[in-house]
Design a protein. Sequence first.
Length: 415
Amino acid sequence: MSGIIEVPGAKNAVLPVLAATLLNNGTSILENCPELDDVFTMLEILSALGCKTKKKGSRIEVDASNLTSSCIPEILAKRMRSSIIILGSVLARCGEVLISYPGGCEIGMRPIDMHLRALEQMGAEVDGLKHGMLKVSASKLQGCEILLDYPSVGATENIMLAACFAEGETLIRNAAKEPEIEDLQEFLKKLGVSVSGAGSGVIRIQGVKEINAEPVHKIIPDRIVAGTYLAAVAATGGSLVVTNVEYDHIGSILYCLRRAGCKIKNYTGGVVTLESDGKLKALDLVRTSPYPGFPTDMQPQIVALLSKCSGTSVVVETVFENRFRYTEQLQKMGADISVQGRTAIIRGVDKLTGASVEARDLRGGAALIIAGLAAEGETRISGVNYIDRGYERVEQVLAKVGANIRRVEESRNMI
Ligand code: EPZ
């Protein structure tokens, strides 16, 4: 494969920023938004709450001047479990929120205990209603010091959003340091909120009375999409230029690709190039960890790449408790992987062979595409709806850089 791919805006940045637009009595303008099913779902949720939303390509406008509801429709919340990040902003703006408990998913139980404990600490009342609904209410949230047991991305985001209208200052210790948290901070600053420390692990937010702003905000590039396409070309062999990427955001991913034998160069202006002969070396150990460590959202993709290489690699998944289910599908393609709890041992094979496989989660699906591209013969992947949640027109992007890939007409849900 060879060619140029422009990296779109980050799914995991635009979702919390869309949640933050609910805090604003005015109209927020977001640019460089990715066109993804999860973004469309979030827009449906905002509309259900009374927002007027407009989307033109990668530009989104949200007018949240007149909210008419604080209840997130169950059908929408169920479709996208990350809708839980809307909790903090609806609670802050409306004083209460009704939302269905987000279920677990393919990669783990995904509890929200840290979210709820922090909101209770700020004075909210949490009523775990029956029938899977959750009601959180607070006449006025109180700023306070919160220590997270684990640097949870979603919990950090929800606390930042809830703190915007709280009385006084909120301090979050052991906060997540992901670039998406920094992007949310930049947006909140454009709303006129005084917030600092994102990326450092300690975040301070000074509550305000209300927000009337007309912010224009460009969403940061998607580091996981960039890493996924770089891993695809690393696995098949070839050369790729990715543009509109933040080099530092993908530093840990590039480190692993270099160690596997890829030649990588970084140019000013957000351009990174990769060259690979497709004959990769095993990595003795890759451990996922919170940013700036190796991202859990790239774990399936790196395992797919290591499946076809010389030597044995070990990958340890420290963030989610059940994120190796996709390896059963890779084994159908001839991969030699054994999973013990949170550790996968990958014995590299000379070749993978095409097979019919099933995507059951977003990044596991991306791993199947990488394996399919590097395999001999045809691979048919069902469950492409999962992949569409995080990758814009994935088959078109890859075909443009030489991949032999198409979406099978008889069911839009198959590649
Ligand atoms: C965000 O999920 C991302 N999603 C995930 O990306 C990403 O994998 C994850 O952060 C880690 O980086 C979005 O941003 C929309 P966490 P989130 O809270 O916020 C446990 C993708 O593929 N935990 O940092 O849900 C939790 O079970 C998705 O784009 C609690 O125990 O992740 C997990 O083991 C997948 N209690 C760990 O913390 C809580 O209250 C990290 O979860 C919250 C989390």
